[in-house]
Design a protein around this ligand. Structure first.
Ligand SMILES: Cc1cc2nc3c(=O)[nH]c(=O)nc-3n(C[C@H](O)[C@H](O)[C@H](O)COP(=O)(O)O)c2cc1C
Ligand code: SF4
Length: 448
């Protein structure tokens, strides 16, 4: 039985305003439903540093995947008001396969994002913001454009916002369709019109970001959390979830489940509850073989892990990551080798090519996986894949693209090794030794 969600402002700060007909909420309706209350409070009653402290105390963590404290990130921006040019960038690139949460917010609640950005910009003393939008999100672009126009005409954007001396302009910038543009420093390069390679850190964007100026990059969902924190207060926010991660999160399940979708749920909701009660479990005749908790770049878990709470620490302890919290269900008819080959092809194609381990290592993994898929793998292939996972792991490449890319691979081998072994041909191995007289270890050099 699929659960029906009763959305209220207290329990569903992000989605309680959603219309049943899935149409966007324009300014009138948004304002009737308490829209811009948080912005009014922020601009008229609070100082920028007070807002930064509120967000820090609320324990809001970035919803772009890494889960870093938003308040701490904001407090890294220079306090010195004499630095007039600084930027707020909204990361709306959302190209992680299986992730579609920011899309929902931008298509149906565009004013929530605009309000979140106005408050954040005021807190960070920023006069110009950009929404870096995935170019395929055409509907989101149209709806955001209209929301920005409406907000400007109503005095929520532009000069002297709400009669104060605060000015803030918001611009939509559509990307050219690369996954790496979601990495915050590659995003900055792309926004500046450069090739989208990640930049070295330090300097961090808070000191030298877009056009060398202090810059804060936040995810769409992160920014959409801000209005309710201002309007309802920190105490309310701290009590929404009983988990150590505060507030709600857009969570979902896709794959061959009965009711794929995205729902706003408190942190700590178990994966089983989402899978069974909201997604309705697997379609008839199928059973769950594996799942990824938060996008294509998170480690696979198995059906035995379904009782885990959807929280950063719990999933980390289980050997995966919360990521974007949009889970993918893998059913028993799917070959893990083929699935991982497909994912690694995507990651190899999306590598920016800046550093060697990622540029060369990911295509190498694809070649091996293709061979295993065709039953033409060679002894030592699985060990080579494992070695690649280690060589492309955290801290070994210039950015987090490669470590994320190998997470599905390393976990698929860990839980489904037999499927990889089944792709190794013993015939080829025997004939190589017989014909060439070479040792198994040298086979790698022979082939690649
Ligand atoms: C390869 C790669 C792709 C990323 N894609 C996105 C993305 O599409 N959206 C996003 O918000 N963050 C993405 N991130 C994370 C960003 O670099 C950054 O941490 C995030 O935008 C910060 O926002 P937050 O603090 O609000 O989470 C990506 C990171 C990497 C390494
Ligand atoms: S890890 Fe990959 S995407 Fe990141 S800088 Fe290196 S080559 Fe580019």
């Amino acid at each position: 039985m699929i659960k029906n969600i009763l959305r209220t402002p207290e329990t569903h700060p992000l989605t309680w305003r959603l219309r049943d007909d899935k149409q966007p909420l324009w300014l009138n309706e948004y304002c009737k439903k308490n829209g811009y209350t948080g912005a009014k409070k922020a601009l008229k009653e609070l100082q920028p540093n007070e807002i930064v402290n509120l967000v820090k105390t609320a324990g809001l963590k970035g919803r772009g995947g890494a889960g870093f404290s938003t308040g701490v990130k904001w407090s890294l921006m220079p306090q010195d008001s004499s630095i007039h040019i600084r930027y707020l960038l909204c990361n709306a690139d959302e190209m992680e396969p299986g992730t579609y949460k920011d899309r929902l917010l931008m298509e149906q609640l565009p004013h929530l994002l605009v309000e979140g950005m106005v408050i954040s910009a005021f807190a960070l003393k920023v006069c110009r913001g950009y929404i870096f939008l995935r170019s395929e999100y055409i509907e989101a672009m149209i709806h955001l454009r209209r929301a920005i126009k409406e907000a400007t005409e109503a005095g929520y954007l532009g000069k002297n916002i709400l009669g104060t001396c605060f000015n803030f302009d918001l611009i939509i910038h559509t990307g050219a369709g690369r996954y790496i543009c979601g990495e915050e420093t590659a995003l900055i390069n792309s926004l500046e019109g450069r090739r989208a390679n990640p930049r070295s850190k330090p300097p961090f964007p808070a000191f030298s970001g877009a056009w060398g100026k202090p810059t804060c990059v936040n995810n769409v969902e992160t920014l959409c959390n801000i209005p309710a924190i201002l309007a309802n207060g920190v105490k309310w926010y701290l009590n929404i979830s009983s988990s150590e991660d505060k507030g709600t999160k857009l969570m979902g399940f896709s794959g061959r489940v009965k009711n794929p979708g995205v729902w706003e749920l408190p942190f700590g909701t178990t994966a089983r509850e989402i899978f069974e009660d909201y997604a309705g479990g697997m379609c008839e005749g199928l059973h769950l073989k594996a799942w990824q908790p938060g996008g294509a770049s998170t480690d696979f878990l198995t059906a035995d892990h379904l009782d885990l709470p959807m929280e950063y620490a719990a999933l980390g302890k289980a050997g995966s990551r919360l990521g974007t919290a949009l889970a993918l269900a893998v059913d028993n008819t799917i070959s893990m080798v083929s699935l991982v080959r497909n994912l690694e092809e995507f990651f190899a194609r999306e590598s920016c090519g800046w550093c060697t381990p990622c540029r060369d290592g990911l295509p190498w993994s694809v070649k091996i996986l293709l061979a295993l898929e065709k039953g033409k793998g060679q002894p030592g292939d699985i060990e080579t894949l494992e070695q690649l996972c280690s060589l492309l792991g955290p801290g070994k490449t210039f950015c987090a693209h490669a470590p994320g890319a190998v997470e599905p691979l390393q976990s698929a081998i860990k839980y489904f090794r037999a499927e990889f072994e089944a792709g190794i041909t013993s015939q080829h191995f025997d004939s190589c030794i017989a014909i060439n007289g070479i040792q198994p270890n040298n086979l790698l050099t022979q082939r690649w």
